[in-house]
Structures are given as structure tokens and as C-alpha cells.
Ligand binder design. Structure first.
Ligand code: M6R
Length: 617
């Protein structure tokens, strides 16, 4: 999730670009850069494309620009959140080939094959990014388009037809200095309409100092910006009419896309985040998961450990159910903070999977270092590219959820579950324990997740109501069985973290061994009861709660009839493979925790005593 800005008009562009990038920094910042056409009105031989870019925060770029800012009125800028290629000066955007410079947000799935064929045509590359090939492709097309007012637009349109994946791309070219071209597929872009100037950005906050008149680009749109006008066409070249809107949000509300808190925004981003985790990693015939070039031979894996902390630990517990069911390989899941201190029995031939959103959690890092010292191979699942945990690992699978700003982890969790499902599928196929038919069904359900997540988000209003009813309670209990047990733990953790209400997550079958004593009149009990192998048993547990006066909020599969008479409130979620159901059932719990905290008026995004990244023991 990178930040993009582009400008054409009368103003000095470099300062404007940097200010715009500052307002997009919340989208991620491991490197930043600008490209400016200097002397745009002079003959082409004296026009220059000046690029300044570097690794690090925007302040690093500002340092480089101090006293040496390119002078011009047409330019593009970018803050990067790495996907392909580690954060470095070379991988920072803009990327350039000859007269063409591009900035890009998204993932080009077929970039390796495109890079290969460009190399065969004599191109060479200076970065590890998927973005650089876009500049090469546009330049090639540009050589085939006759000079004229739409040359860059036509070349970009033709080049984009080669790309598969997600992109928001903005293009600048010294041969056509009076236009900026951009295009959108799956990643956001919004045009800002000014007077004698026009802008493009990946989000509204960057535009607000200049204009409140905007056009949100839609899938497959390309736009040409000149000083006087903007024009939108489709990939087929046909003009598209897009409505102009006037933004009335404050700057802060705009950063949160109009949501009250980052946490709520991130909960609602989950369909997009899961799409990005799956992107380019599923094959349909034969059904299989591709782990970014990493191939695991299960017959060479002596033992498999999964290590993590907090929410990532809960994801790891679901991972155990996934891997054991699909690949029939025993999995030991451990809290990283416990593992590192107990002289763990681990040795060469063992595979340790580390799961971490930040990639910087001190306990997880120390645990994998300990395992590595003893000879284990480390495979990490992380969100922040090139953070310490992936850097310490032999292989990494990035979740591509985009920066998570709310301290309470939401989209990082669901995307970790998707990554673990991909790992389980991969191991199941390689071990031969998952048949083609079963794998097909699993892949089908994996691809259905974004739409189902969109559907489950429609329960938000119902959960807001429930939060008002139960937000005053002192304690709550969460119950689940099988792969829903870790979801009970996660639901309770979410509530504790942001609303400061005491909550316990329990395996429903354990209730009779102790926690049943807690149940009295009015205790809210959230029960995870999707239609899976544990459903009937969960119904009995739920009846035990009811018999003691507890208030039951049940989360179940849509169309369920039994629970309507048993539970006080029923939240229906779409049906999905039981091992993928945690990705769906956790969403109502995230929403419930959010609305309770909001009802109580706590600091949702920065709850007391917590940090986003726990880099100390
Ligand atoms: O960055 P990590 O996933 O390694 O972080 C682990 C925990 O600190 C983290 O999940 C924490 O529990 C969150 N605040 C949960 O919402």
C-alpha cells in the first residue's frame, strides 16, 4: 500500500509533491522519491527528467532535496511500502527507463515472465521491483505511437494490456511534457480538479490543500491530465464519464477514508487485504498454492513448529488445525516468549514458521534466532517487508495487508490465516495427502473469501446495537471448538485490548471444567457456532449457558434455524470450508470489540499501555 501523487500546473512541483506525500505517509513509508520534468517548455533535447529517491522516511528525502530540489511544474512522487524487493535506494520509486518515469502501487503478478521477455529483447534492469518493467513496456509502446496529443496515453493503454495484477500507476515522459497519465486496476487513485492545474493521488488527503473537487477512478480507468483538463478512458480506448464529487471531510477524516478510527477502516479493508494475500499464489489446475518460489518437501521436514505472540499466536493456532487437517503433519504451536526460555528441543531438519505482523516482535525474533542456532530452517509469515524477522529467515511469505495502524490487529490477522491456509495447501499437495478434488474445493473456497468478507461486514449495524446493549458489562466469555477455539481467544483479546473489559476465551468443551462457575444472570457469552463438525456439541454448551442465565450471542452459518430459539442474539455469516470459517467468524468479533470500545469512548487506535510493535522483552 504505497502513496502516490502527481501534478501538472503552474506551481513549483517538488515542494507540492513532498507535502502531498507527507499526507500519504500513513499508507507506508520505507522509501520515497520524486520525478520532475525540468524545462518542460524548452526543446526536447534540453528537457530533463530529474529523479531524487532514497530509502527511509520522507525526512530522508527532504534532506536530499534541501538546496537541490528539481525545478519544474510537472512531476510525480511516491512513498513506498515494499512488496517486491526490499526497501533500498534502488527499489525506491519513481522508476525510469529512457524518457519514461513511473510510480506504482500494487502487485504485478506476471512481472517475472514480462521481465524475462523484456530481457530477451535486450532490456536490463536496475531494481528488484515489479514496477520497473512498467516503464520499459510503456517506452517500447511509445516507439510505436506516432507523435500527437495522445501519444503517452495510447502507449500506456497498450502497455497495460500486458499486465496482470493490481496497479495504480502514474506516468511521466519528457517526450510529452504537457501531460501526466495514470491508470487504476484494484488499487485506488483519485483525480483532483483545480483551476489551471490538475492532480492525481492515491488518496484524498494529498489533494485537499489544492482542491476539494475530485473524481474517483474506477476499475480499468486510464486518465490523461493536462493543465486545462482531465480525460478518462477505458483500456479499450472508449471515453468514460466519471462523476465529479466535492469532498467535505476534514483532513483527519480523509486519512481514515471517512471512518472514525483506523481500526474500523482496517476491519473494512479486509476483503481487499485478503485479495492481495492470495494474489498470484493460487493455481487452479492442478489446485495448488505457490509460496513465492519456496518449495517445501514435507518428507524432509522432521518436525514443524509455529511461533508467534498475541494475535499472531492465535492465527498460528488456527494454522495447526489447517496444516494437520490438510497435510497430516503434526504441528507444535508455541508462544515465542515461552519457547525461547525453555531450551527448546529443536534441531536440523526442523521447520520453524514464525508469524508476525510487524516482523519486529522481540520475543519472536529471539525465538527464531534460538531455533536457527540449533539448526532449524526458518520460514516467516510477515506483513512488513524486510523487517527483522523475515530478514533473519531463510524464506518469507508476505501477507501484503498494507500498513496496519490501529494497535489492535485485524486485517493482519485475517491475512495471516490466509497465508497459513496457503502453506497448509502447499504441504497437503506436496505430501500427497490432499487429493486433487479436495484441493479444488479448498481453492474454490479460498477465492470466495473476499466476497464473503464483504458480506459479513454487513453485520456491522447489528454489532453496533449489541455493543450498546452489553458495553456496560464488566466481564464477557467467548467460546469455540476446533478451529473456532483460537477465534474465541482472539475475540476476547480484541475486547480486552481496546475496551478494557475483562474477557476470557475458552474451548467450549472446557467450560464444564471450571469457567461454568462464572456464568450467572446477565453474563454475555459469545459463542462461535458455524456449521462444522463441532456444531452439535457447541449447541449443548450453549444450552448449559442459557440454563444458568447467561446471555448468548451466537455466530453461526446463514440459514441456521436451531439457534434462533436457543440464543438471545444470532449473527449469521456466509458458509465456507470449516477450516476457512475462522477468517469469516472473527469479523463480527472485531466489529463487536470496536463498537464496545467506541461506545465506552476509549482511545481505540492507541489503547493504554500498548504499542503497535513490541520490540522489547
Ligand atoms: O507484530 P506481531 O504480529 O509480531 O505482534 C504480536 C503481538 O504483539 C500483537 O499481535 C498484539 O497482540 C496485538 N496488539 C493484537 O491486537
Amino acid at each position: 500500500m504505497c502513496g502516490i501523487i502527481g501534478y501538472i500546473g503552474p506551481k513549483q512541483v517538488t515542494t507540492l509533491l513532498v507535502e502531498g506525500l507527507r499526507r500519504l505517509e500513513y499508507r507506508g513509508y520505507d522509501s520515497a522519491g520524486v520525478a520532475v520534468i525540468t524545462n518542460p517548455s524548452s526543446p526536447s533535447s534540453t528537457r530533463e527528467l530529474q529523479i531524487v529517491r532514497c530509502r527511509g522516511k520522507l525526512s530522508e528525502l527532504e534532506g536530499q532535496l534541501a538546496g537541490a530540489a528539481p525545478q519544474g511544474n510537472v512531476g510525480i512522487g511516491h512513498t513506498r511500502w515494499a512488496t517486491h524487493g526490499r526497501p533500498s535506494d534502488e527499489n525506491a520509486h519513481p522508476h525510469r527507463f529512457e524518457s519514461v518515469a513511473v510510480v506504482h502501487n500494487g502487485i504485478i503478478e506476471n512481472y517475472l515472465s514480462l521481465k524475462r521477455s523484456l530481457s530477451e529483447r535486450g532490456h536490463s534492469f536496475s531494481s528488484e521491483t515489479d514496477t520497473e518493467i512498467i516503464a520499459h513496456l510503456i517506452w517500447e509502446e511509445l516507439q510505436r505511437v506516432a507523435p500527437g496529443p495522445d501519444r503517452l496515453l495510447t502507449a500506456t493503454q497498450r502497455a497495460l494490456k500486458h499486465l496482470e495484477g493490481a496497479y495504480a500507476v502514474v506516468v511521466l515522459c519528457t517526450d510529452t511534457p504537457d501531460e501526466v497519465v495514470c491508470a487504476k486496476s484494484a488499487s485506488p487513485l483519485v483525480l483532483g480538479l483545480g483551476d489551471g492545474e490538475n492532480l492525481i493521488a492515491s488518496d484524498v488527503p494529498a489533494l485537499l490543500p489544492h482542491t476539494r473537487r475530485v473524481i474517483f477512478l474506477e476499475e480499468g480507468d486510464l486518465a490523461q491530465l493536462t493543465r486545462e483538463k482531465v480525460r478518462v478512458i477505458g483500456l479499450d480506448g472508449v471515453e468514460r464519464k466519471r462523476p465529479e464529487r466535492v469532498i467535505t471531510w476534514s483532513l483527519l477524516a480523509a486519512e481514515k477514508a471517512g471512518y472514525k478510527h483506523f481500526m474500523l477502516k482496517e476491519i473494512f479493508e479486509q476483503p481487499r487485504a485478503v485479495t492481495d494475500t492470495l494474489r498470484g499464489r493460487l493455481s487452479h489446475a492442478p489446485a495448488d498454492a505457490l509460496l513465492d518460489g519456496y518449495d517445501i518437501d514435507p518428507s524432509k521436514v522432521k518436525r514443524l513448529f509455529v511461533l508467534a505472540c498475541g494475535t499472531s499466536f492465535h492465527a498460528s493456532l488456527v494454522g495447526k488445525y489447517l496444516i494437520e487437517a490438510l497435510a497430516r503433519i503434526p504441528v507444535e504451536v508455541d508462544l515465542a516468549s515461552e519457547f525461547r526460555y525453555r531450551d527448546p528441543i529443536v534441531s536440523s531438519g526442523d521447520l520453524v514458521v514464525a508469524v508476525s505482523q510487524s516482523g519486529e516482535t522481540a520475543d519472536t525474533l529471539a525465538a527464531i534466532r534460538e531455533a536457527q542456532k540449533k539448526g532449524a530452517q526458518i520460514f516467516s509469515i510477515a506483513n512488513v517487508v524486510d523487517s527483522s524477522i523475515p530478514r533473519t529467515s531463510q524464506h518469507s511469505l508476505y501477507t501484503h495487508a498494507g500498513p496496519e495502524i490501529g494497535v489492535a490487529s485485524t486485517k493482519a490477522f485475517t491475512t495471516q490465516l490466509v497465508a497459513l491456509a496457503l502453506l497448509a495447501l502447499h504441504l497437503g499437495r506436496r505430501s500427497g495427502r490432499l487429493s486433487e478434488e479436495a484441493a479444488q474445493a479448498f481453492v474454490h473456497d479460498l477465492t470466495s473469501l473476499p466476497a464473503k468478507l464483504t458480506q459479513v461486514l454487513q453485520t456491522a449495524e447489528q454489532l453496533q446495537q449489541l455493543a450498546r446493549t452489553y458495553g456496560h458489562c464488566r466481564d464477557m466469555l467467548y467460546l469455540g471448538r476446533g478451529p473456532q477455539f483460537p477465534i474465541a481467544l482472539e475475540g476476547a483479546l480484541k475486547l480486552k485490548e481496546i475496551s478494557y473489559i475483562h474477557a476470557e476465551g475458552y474451548a467450549a468443551g472446557e467450560m464444564k471444567h471450571g469457567p461454568i462457575a462464572l456464568i450467572d444472570e446477565g453474563l454475555p457469552v459469545l459463542v462461535l457456532a458455524p456449521h462444522d463438525g463441532g456444531y452439535e456439541k457447541v449447541l449443548s454448551n450453549l444450552s448449559e449457558v442459557k440454563a444458568r442465565g447467561g446471555h448468548v450471542i451466537a455466530i453461526t452459518t446463514e440459514g441456521d434455524h436451531s439457534l434462533r430459539t436457543l440464543a438471545d442474539h444470532v449473527i449469521e455469516v456466509p458458509a465456507v470450508h470449516p477450516l476457512l470459517a475462522p477468517i469469516i467468524t472473527v469479523v463480527p468479533l472485531q466489529l463487536f470489540a470496536y463498537y464496545v470500545a467506541d461506545f465506552k469512548g476509549t482511545d481505540v487506535d492507541q489503547p493504554r499501555n500498548l504499542a503497535k510493535s513490541v520490540t522489547v522483552e
